[in-house]
Design a protein around this ligand. Structure first.
Ligand code: MN3
Length: 198
């Protein structure tokens, strides 16, 4: 039985950038529905009782488990995404992660440009990512529920670019949402923890 992870902050904590309405719908309707669907789909199957990441990896190569994969990956993606933001977020990474970003992108600005570009150009629904590919940091984008772990990459940071993540606050202005994500919301402490576990 998979359970809906708690938000790591109050629903008003990211205002005025992400409204209480967005966080409520996003967590209590969207994220929660993925959890409920996943539990329904795995009931009485081989996927019952398997830990989430293992389940995702297995469903990714199972042609009969498309629905299970989509819902499981979205459960993982959303829990990860909540932690990628924090109240009084934004600013610059520090320490080893900052040094690696400079090494692999040339500068923080070049990374930020690539990340925003990936999010803005993901056609339809999906995710923008900063990942570790085994030897370097890379910016990637994935459609729908797709996620780095099934491509042999380790997720460092993500931004949800499904419309439900920003439409109430930014309407169709996805680039403005991505700017705000990096300027005022991003949680570099969480990204650094992920980088340290790579
Ligand atoms: Mn979402």
């Amino acid at each position: 039985m998979h359970i809906l992870s708690e938000l790591p902050y109050e629903k008003t904590a990211l205002e005025p950038y992400v409204s209480e309405a967005t966080l409520s719908f996003h967590h209590e309707k969207h994220h929660s529905t993925y959890v409920a669907n996943l539990n329904k789909l795995i009931k009485d199957t081989d996927y019952e009782g398997i830990e989430l990441e293992q389940l995702i990896m297995r469903a990714a190569t199972d042609l009969n488990a498309g629905g299970i994969f989509n819902n499981a990956a979205q459960v993982w993606n959303h829990t990860f995404y909540w932690h990628c933001m924090k109240p009084q977020g934004g600013g610059r990474p520090s320490g080893e992660l900052a040094a690696q970003i400079e090494k692999d992108f040339g500068s923080y600005e070049a990374f930020a440009e690539a990340f925003k570009q990936a999010g803005a150009t993901q056609f339809g629904s999906g995710w923008a990512w900063l990942v570790w590919d085994g030897s370097r940091l890379k910016v990637t984008k994935t459609p729908n529920a797709d996620l780095p772990m099934v491509h042999g990459e380790h997720a460092i940071l993500t931004c949800d670019v499904w419309e439900h993540a920003y439409y109430l606050d930014f309407q169709n202005r996805r680039p403005a949402y991505l700017d705000t994500f990096l300027e005022s919301l991003v949680n570099w402490d969480f990204a650094a923890e992920n980088f340290n576990k790579r």
